[in-house]
Ligand binder design. Structure first.
Ligand SMILES: *Cc1c(COP(=O)(O)O)cnc(C)c1O
Length: 394
């Protein structure tokens, strides 16, 4: 094969270009610049034995495939596989395993992931070890001869702990174990785990990728064609596919991902700095602050720190006053939308995690989680300040 000359070789497009164009060519019949919503269950075949690529919409859908190519390009992967929810995506990864297999999982992971592991997948014969992956040696120590998967999340929800992704990939590669990273909090704008050796990257597209709080969805990305085939086979067999309208909405969302994340990163950092200096706040958990115990790692493996900020307050009463007192920050689960949300993980997203396990991880009733949106940061600061009980009333 001859090498293209430097002049004709087109450079790999950068993230902002990929967000808008990745995986999406104009529709060939009309030139429609937007991928159409192929709202259909089946496709008319031109005849028997003609190898028509479109059979049935659980298996193929062009709108869904545009989203899959788009997210794969952002994660620097070669394949994307979209799901009806983030949980369906994680469940599909677990179905790569068989009864008797073992999984090592970050202990401070999303509450729904813990519930799936300890109340559903355990009954199918999978066993789990939950570890504090801030120390990658704990991942190595937890590996057993029957370990097939390491499931990580970094930064974690809601304590913003980090795992060194390169060290984790070294540990799993040495052991021949799959590494799956939930990249929902960071997004491919801030962190791309395939580049440090992750086999599977997972997103709840419900959050930042869609970014407008109007769908539930999930996606996996992989670089290995064989892994792609196995995951597609599982999805075809179990059926948790997203509808074409939701895929189209998510594609509209990813077009502005880089712009939104710039604002989320800036507003998240502004809130974290403000809260750190606030007398009513005991502790701020945000990887972008130099006071974060893993700030050096954060600066090494992330290029921004997103809009997710957690704070510990002195009392549960103070928590109630804050979350019921804000006027812009809305009391709600979920995250990653353009609007700011506030929640109490111990009572909301992490209510299904047993109390002792929650407390061990620091997720007490005194922790408040903010999903900082892209409103004017001054308005957001004033909203928090007022609800924390220092500023003037409206
Ligand atoms: C929301 C979320 C999930 C689950 O995704 P759904 O789309 O709600 O099913 C998994 N991981 C993280 C980090 C999440 O925030």
């Amino acid at each position: 094969m001859t090498q293209p000359s430097a002049r004709t070789q087109s450079p790999e497009p950068r993230l902002a270009t990929l967000a808008i164009h990745g995986g999406q060519a104009p529709e060939p019949h009309t030139g429609s610049i937007m991928p159409p919503i192929f709202q259909t269950s089946t496709y008319v075949q031109p005849g028997l034995d003609q190898g028509w690529p479109w059979e049935y919409a659980r298996v193929q859908n062009p709108t869904r495939e545009a989203l899959e190519r788009n997210v794969a390009s952002l994660e620097r992967a070669s394949h994307g596989i979209a799901f009806a929810s983030g949980m369906a995506a994680i469940d599909c990864v677990a179905r790569l395993l068989s009864a008797g297999d073992h999984v090592v999982c970050e202990e401070n992971t999303y509450g729904g992931t813990t519930r799936l592991a300890t109340q559903v997948l355990n009954r199918a014969g999978l066993s789990f070890s939950f570890v504090d992956s801030r120390d990658p040696q704990r991942i190595r120590d937890a590996l057993q001869p029957n370990t097939r998967l390491v499931l990580l999340e970094t930064p974690t929800n809601p304590m913003m702990r980090l795992c060194d992704l390169r060290a984790a990939a070294d540990a799993t590669r040495d052991a021949g174990v799959l590494l799956c990273v939930d990249n929902t909090f960071a997004t491919p704008v801030n962190q791309r785990p395939h580049e440090t050796g992750a086999d599977i990257v997972m997103h709840s597209t419900t959050k930042y990728l869609n970014g407008h709080s109007d769908i539930i969805g999930g996606v996996l990305t992989v670089r290995d064609p064989d892994l792609n085939e196995r995951l597609r086979f599982l999805r075809k067999s179990t059926g948790a596919v997203p509808g074409p309208m939701d895929c189209w909405l998510c594609l509209r969302g990813t077009k502005t991902l880089h712009v939104r994340m710039r604002e989320h990163n800036a507003n998240g950092l502004a809130m974290a700095r403000f809260l750190e200096a606030h007398p009513a706040v005991e502790e701020v958990h945000y990887p972008g602050l130099p006071s974060h115990p893993q700030h050096e790692l954060a600066a090494r493996q992330m290029t921004g720190f997103s809009g997710m900020v957690s704070v510990t307050l002195p009392t549960e009463d103070a928590v109630r006053r804050l979350v019921e007192g804000t006027r812009i920050f809305a009391l709600a689960e979920s995250l990653g939308g353009v609007e700011s949300l506030i929640s109490v993980p111990a009572l909301m997203t992490h209510a299904s995690v047993p109390r002792e396990r929650r407390e061990e991880m620091g997720v007490s009733g005194r922790v408040v989680r903010l999903s900082v949106g892209i409103e004017d940061p001054q308005d957001l600061l004033e909203d928090l300040d007022r609800a924390l009980g220092r500023g003037p009333g409206w």
